[in-house]
Design a protein around this ligand. Sequence first.
Ligand SMILES: [Zn+2]
Length: 289
Amino acid sequence: MEDTKVSELICNEGSPQWDLQKLNNLFLPVDVADIARIPLSIQAPPDRIVWHYDKHGVFTVKSAYRVALQLTFGDEDGSSSSSANPSMLWRLIWNATVPTKLKIFAWRVAHDILPTKSNLIKKGVDMQELCMFCGDTTESALHVLVMCPFAAATWDISLLTRHAHQVRCNTMNDWLREMLGSTNKAQRDHIITLLWAIWGNRNTLLWQGVQRSPHDVVAFAQQYVHEFITVNGTSSKVTNWVRDAVRWAAPPSGRLKINFDGAFDPTSGRGAVGAVARDAEGGFVAAMV
Ligand SMILES: [Zn+2]
């Protein structure tokens, strides 16, 4: 079979025709039907290896890379509501000035393959499904990274993407397309790093029981990018991410401070509010929507 050539599957008595008996011996019926539909040249050219993703049939690393991108971000994104170029999202992620592990993290976010409670339950893991921050909603990637009041407060503190949690979308893939497709490079670095920091904070809460404030998460992300840019000597501008005008201040000892934000859509008549309560050390206490 390995040494069989296509020409051996063709009868050349008279006009060239596929040898159906050989095809049926070698292939499944569904494949035989497809092969038999391929028209044959009357010139009977010699066999040669063809890379059918290239119009000249020649294999190149560049064309293989393009196919890999299409396989990764093309077909399976067909259900996305975005009409953007399928590989656009991957290019935006890959060109970010962030460590490779953050790019891979963003790629996993885009494909919804983070081990969120929602995904683990889908795989049969028996566990409690609610978000650890608000205790109100199933922990999906979109919820814990963007929509949860804790995440929303984190994005809100962040200077460059204040309305990140108000982007209308149903999946993290759509959210990433919207956010990364409408921002500049420094903002994209910020968005990817802050997503990673929010997820890291979630893991710290899950595995170590340590709760940080939204402000601390933003400050950590900003410091992380600053150090990466400094160490790597890139020309990217270090931007202050934290809104100075509303820099969060802790309440007096023994008291809680509650910060809230709201949004109203006049077309649908629907609105929502969210709130986060923190103590004198800035520790997260509770959240609600
Ligand atoms: Zn939540």
